[in-house]
Design a protein around this ligand. Sequence first.
Ligand SMILES: NC(=O)c1ccc[n+]([C@@H]2O[C@H](COP(=O)([O-])OP(=O)(O)OC[C@H]3O[C@@H](n4cnc5c(N)ncnc54)[C@H](OP(=O)(O)O)[C@@H]3O)[C@@H](O)[C@H]2O)c1
Length: 333
Amino acid sequence: MRVLMLGGTGFVGGAVVTEAVRRGWSVTVFNRGLHGSAPEGVHRLRGDRTAPDGLAALAGGEWDLVVDTWDGAPRAVRDAARALAGAVPHYVYVSSGSVYAPPVGLGTAEDAPVFEAGADAGDGDYPQNKAGGERAAVEVFGDRALLVRAGLILGPGEDIGRLPWWLHRVARGGEVLAPGPRDLPVQYVDARDLAIWLLDRGSEGAGGAYNVVSRTGHTTMGELLDAAVAVTGADATLRWTDPDALLAAGVEPWNDLPIWIPLGHEYRWLQERDVERAHAAGLACRPAAETVADTWRWLREVGQVPARAGRPARAPVGLAPEREAALLAALRA
Ligand SMILES: NC(=O)c1ccc[n+]([C@@H]2O[C@H](COP(=O)([O-])OP(=O)(O)OC[C@H]3O[C@@H](n4cnc5c(N)ncnc54)[C@H](OP(=O)(O)O)[C@@H]3O)[C@@H](O)[C@H]2O)c1
């Protein structure tokens, strides 16, 4: 297989490149060359897909599959898809569960309504960008476009820093504010499992939309944080705390305490999507303990969470130590 990766030097694109190289496929990455490096043997094409004539380096190339992680202006997906229409039979667009238009219910499946967004739109909000990116891929490639609606993505290389925040926090030791309930079901996908799945299905020519995350309850907050304690070897005590007490104290799920979205919260659907379509199509999710251990190993190699490749910076996730200490003291009182 000859795969063209648009992007490919960040978290998810990097996982796709690594997996394709592992398979012995011919891999080409296309990006501006501003971030990261590609494994040996990977062909590098340079260009800025937002610039006039920025796709020139793609001219004359031929591939069996293209994978695109773009999350900016939909028109950049449209332009790339048009430029590649005669050069590649199949377009895999790494999309997001954020495309679903509110109100989003628990157990949302792929036929739920998505945001209205034009394929030729400029840069906007993330959900609209992703919905417009989907539309652009489908407009050009029809049912030869595979829309990979990922949810929470974890694993080595994670550049948002959700699991890394927990690992660093637990490694610091002491009393750790652990958001309950301990058996809260969590839904996510390891970037490596996502990469395997999209290359498997993409190379077979699958099309259409898929929610690509684990089943809810593949792991729990308890299992994740226990695994973090185990792999870091930290002298840490998890203080499991009632979710209502945390909410009453102003703790923001997802941002203040990453990954955590309690039952009944308006964004709980982010952890409870219907994923039967992807699982019927072969999605296999490795154990959470492996994701945690490998992420910790990677973090110790790199030291800190890398900047996101070619993406706008995001506010850091996770409570500041002083706030966590104050919350623990207040909750104890
Ligand atoms: N993290 C999550 O939990 C989550 C959840 C759901 C979905 N997702 C999706 O997962 C994907 C994550 O992608 P990623 O950042 O890891 O992808 P990536 O492909 O690994 O990295 C982004 C790439 O884009 C390139 N790039 C940036 N601006 C460019 C430009 N103007 N022209 C050409 N190339 C450009 C960057 O290189 P240069 O800067 O050198 O050009 C870099 O190689 C996104 O599609 C996101 O929507 C993430």
